[in-house]
Design a protein around this ligand. Sequence first.
Ligand code: HEM
Ligand code: HEM
Length: 340
Amino acid sequence: GASAFAQPAQPTVEALTSAAQNVIINRAQLTAFKALPGRFEDAKNPITAEKVELGRMLYFDTRLSKNQQLSCNSCHDLNRFGVDGKSFSTGHKGQLGGRNSPTVYNSGAHLTQFWDGRAATLEDQAKGPILNPVEMAMPSAEHVVETLKSIPGYVTAFQKTFPGQADPVTYDNLAKAIGAFERQLVTPSRFDKYLAGDEQALTHAEKAGLKTFMDQGCQQCHYGPALGGSLVKLGVIVPYPTKDQGRYDVTKRETDRMVFRVPTLRNVSRTAPYFHDGSISELQTAVKLMAQHQLGKQLSETETRNIVVFLDALTGELPASYIAKPSLPASGPKTPRPDP
Ligand code: HEM
Ligand code: HEM
């Protein structure tokens, strides 16, 4: 009838659902992905309960910043899926950094840390922001260690965590504690149940989205437990407009221009804005741009929506026992005052 002309061009919900019901996923293709472990491990930094608890305190302690207003949690808010929701984070005296702050959740899965992969491990990474003048702006590692030594509760906690060491309060040990804590920050989701064989764990629509994701080839770069990856060129097919030279600034090799570490897609529907420059606020836009710039493809509205539905199924459970701010040891008489 005439009313047919008034129908929107988009497929109806019924049509989408019945199409989705026919989706058959070849489980052999799923080997690109991995379920999240209960926690990440690193043989060089064995996990102990004391270390994790110390790392958690340090993660939340603003006394590790010059003006004592910033902690790791300021820019990687554990209650907000490990991000601050800003394009660029505000650091010391409100200064803006040049890149979007990535989530710390599931960061134990990354092959390297930072957008340009400049830190090999979480321990190396943790030493950066405390001394970075636009982040926590502490003047030196020695000053950080002096501050920790002035807090009696920390001296005891480092002694218990690193038994047998003559001088356990060190910058290296601080990094070890924070790294061990971060390896606990894992967010299992229904996707992990699906990977383990539970067909019912994903809805038909989510499976349709997963199929679209794989048919497009997104998992060539977004794989493994984090659905992230190694260092690749952003704009490999169609150049992406950015001034940030990525890994080139670290290595000065021409082949590293605009090379970035592929970020995780876990919890991605909760970690806007997107890309290293935080320039994209909508997930569907990020998905379309990825297909264009990385694969040379133009996604339809339906394909884009399907992928977004799948990505939302990567939203996991936050580890309730870790995300609340712990009580921190009291300052001593020699603890430095905030230095504005
Ligand atoms: C990157 C942890 C403090 C902003 C990262 C990464 C980790 C991390 C693990 C790499 C994630 C990845 O590559 O996917 C920490 C810890 C901190 C801390 C443990 C405390 C010691 C801060 C603060 C800010 C901040 C206070 C904001 C002022 C950023 C930004 C990046 C980043 C902008 C990306 C920088 C780049 O890739 O060049 N952080 N962070 N972080 N963090 Fe933090
Ligand atoms: C970033 C999805 C294909 C490499 C992202 C982001 C999303 C995404 C949502 C933003 C994550 C964030 O900022 O937190 C997809 C989808 C794909 C796809 C749905 C398939 C259609 C690929 C491919 C490659 C790739 C094939 C490698 C050739 C990257 C890189 C970034 C990224 C390097 C970081 C961009 C930046 O530095 O600003 N992807 N991706 N992606 N993806 Fe993909």
